[in-house]
Write a protein that binds this ligand. Structure first.
Ligand code: G6P
Length: 605
């Protein structure tokens, strides 16, 4: 997730871009850059810096831009290529500059084609192809805007693009698909572009939130929008007055926003990694799995729950022996490590001290390593031999939501990749798995009325003497995650338990003041789990059942949809558990985004 801003007008452009990027820093900040072109001087000045916006500010301190002109700026959250200055935006060709948020899925094909025509690429990004493709088309198409239109037609994937070119000095060309782009105009004839409304609040009263497939051209005092070759007039919407509110994109809390974002980030996680019913993980060595007979998954906190979930899939689907380790335990247990094990470290931040140390131990013992991580260039990413970025974008809520979702999705892809190599699935079975994984973004969309329903029933759970979240198979780690979410932000005592284990002790706690959250998927062990829940009902426990099948015995019930794969049920139930924790925390008046005693990134032992 990156942030982009653009400006056409007479004010000092550098300041507008820097202020705008500062507002978008929450979308990612591993590097940033800007390009500015003034009307009387058709030179394009550009600047790039690694790290936060303050570094770009420092780089541009001696630069001013007066008079009418155009400017574009970008803050980056790396998905293709390391966060270096070369990979920072804007990317440039011979006389044009581009900034981009999203992923160009077919960039490899475009790149190969352009390389054959003699183009030399500087960066490792997918973005750079846009600017060279544009300049290449402009060799035969004399109208720059038409060339831009043809460029956009060739792009597959998600993008918000701003492009400026000396071939048309007054204009910004723009295009939008699957990621946000907002355009605003004001009475001073200024034109403003942004990924979210925060940067333009105070500079315009309303804005146009573009639909997918919209592109166009803007110059001082004038913007034209097109879709499928026809001019359109997007509706205007009033801008919010409060910046802080705008950063949360209308949500009250970052955690809430991040729950709602899961569908979009899941699309990014999958993008470019699934083609023709197969998983393509181009980022990892082709021979990573050569000689591997065992997998060790290692992590902390929520990432540990992603590891536990994946362990079921590695064994069932890829028929590979898998162990899961809590990083802080692994460090000191003098583990026996064999070279035929692949060590997979899972971490949102890439900085968790215990996971980092565990990874070092694995590496020092000569194991192949893979990091599943959300933050490029983090310590864990730098250390591991292979890396898969989860592409969740910056996660602000301390209680992890979208990072977990993207970790599980990424691990599921690794499982299918391995299953393909080891031929543990028939072609048809693999096709079905891929079909199911592609459904996940849609499943993660919070349905209308769900949060309201959870809000209403959450009032039943403010007292009592504790919670048991129960499930079987992958729904056991999901139960653990549901319990962790709740305790992190509600400070109520909650445990996740394997349904079948309740009878071996915890059932002694059951009475009408003990809450059981029962996960009852239809595609895996329904009858067995149901029997376990009935044992709790029989002892007068308070039961909240989540299932696609009606369950009359429960006190509260949420009916999930009729999915064909248990992992699809997993993701649907995950959203319910996240919202459940959120609603209880809100009712209790807690600080949802910054719960007491916790930290987002734990860099100490
Ligand atoms: C902290 C966070 C948790 C997170 C855990 C592991 O405890 O509060 O939300 O799951 O660290 O973090 P990592 O960045 O390694 O996934």
């Amino acid at each position: 997730m990156c942030g982009i801003v653009g400006y056409i007008g007479k004010k000092e452009k550098k300041e507008i871009i820097l202020n705008g990027l500062k507002e978008l820093e929450y979308r990612g900040y591993d590097s940033s850059g800007m390009a500015v072109m003034e009307k009387e001087n058709d030179n394009i000045e550009y600047f790039k810096a690694v790290g936060k916006i303050k570094n770009l500010k420092e780089k541009t301190k001696d630069f001013t831009s007066n008079g009418q002109g155009i400017a574009i700026g970008h803050t980056r959250w790396a998905t293709h290529g390391k966060p270096t200055e070369i990979n920072a935006h804007p990317h440039y060709g011979e006389y044009s500059f581009v900034i981009h948020n999203g992923i160009i899925e077919n960039y490899k094909e475009i790149k190969e084609d352009l390389e054959k025509k003699g183009v030399k690429f500087l960066s490792q990004t997918d973005t750079e192809v846009i600017v060279y493709l544009f300049e290449n088309i402009l060799k035969t198409e004399t109208n720059p805007f038409k060339a831009f239109e043809k460029t956009v037609e060739k792009l597959i994937g998600s993008f918000a693009i701003l492009l400026i070119t000396k071939a048309n000095e007054d204009k910004i060309f723009f295009a939008k698909n699957a990621v946000p782009l907002i355009v605003a105009t004001n009475e001073n004839n200024e034109i403003l572009f942004s990924s979210s409304d925060a940067p333009i609040i105070g500079m315009a009263n309303d804005a146009m939130y573009l639909d997918d497939g919209t592109y166009g051209e803007a110059e001082f005092g004038k913007v034209r929008f097109f879709k499928n070759g026809k001019e359109i007039h997007p509706p205007r919407k009033a801008l919010p007055k409060d910046r802080n509110f705008a950063q949360k994109e209308g949500f009250r809390f970052f955690m809430e926003k991040e729950i709602y974002e899961q569908s979009d980030v899941a699309t990014e996680t999958l993008m470019g990694r699934i083609k023709n019913d197969q998983i393509h993980l181009d980022e990892i060595d082709l021979n990573m799995f050569d000689g591997i007979n065992n997998i060790i998954l290692c992590a902390c906190g929520t990432s540990y729950h992603a590891a536990l979930t994946a362990s079921y899939l590695f064994e069932r689907v890829a028929k590979t022996r898998t162990k899961v380790e809590i990083a802080s335990e692994f460090r000191y247990k003098d583990p026996v490590l064999d070279k035929d094990s692949l060590f997979i470290a899972i971490s949102q931040s890439g900085e968790t001290a215990d996971t980092l140390e565990a990874l070092k131990i694995a590496k020092n013992n000569g194991l192949k390593t893979l990091a599943i991580c959300n933050v490029d260039n983090s310590s864990i990413v730098r250390l591991a031999n292979n890396v898969l970025l989860t592409r969740a974008g910056i996660e602000k809520g301390v209680a992890s939501t979208k990072a977990f979702t993207t970790q599980v999705l990424t691990l599921w892809m690794v499982v299918l990749y391995l299953a393909h190599i080891k031929k543990t699935l028939s072609e048809n079975e693999l096709k079905n798995e891929v079909k199911s994984i592609l459904k996940v973004p849609k499943i993660l969309k919070v349905p209308d009325g769900l949060q309201d329903k959870i809000h209403r029933l959450s009032k039943h759970y403010l007292h009592g003497h504790g919670f048991f979240f129960i499930g079987r198979d992958v729904f056991f780690p999901l139960a653990l995650e549901g319990a962790l979410k709740l305790k992190e932000i509600s400070y109520l005592h909650a445990e996740g338990y394997a349904s079948g284990e309740m009878k071996h002790g915890p059932i002694a706690l059951v009475d009408e003041r003990l809450f059981t959250i029962a996960l009852l998927p239809q595609n895996i062990l329904y009858d067995k789990t149901r029997s376990n829940v009935e044992e709790i009902v029989a002892r007068d426990g308070f039961v909240f059942a989540i299932s696609p099948k009606e369950f009359d015995l429960s006190d509260d019930f949420i009916k999930t949809s009729d999915q064909k794969h248990y992992m699809c049920e997993f993701f649907e139930m995950l959203v319910i558990l996240q919202l459940f924790a959120l609603e209880i925390s809100i009712r209790l008046g807690n600080d949802v985004d910054m719960p007491r005693n916790l930290a987002k990134s734990v860099t100490v032992e």
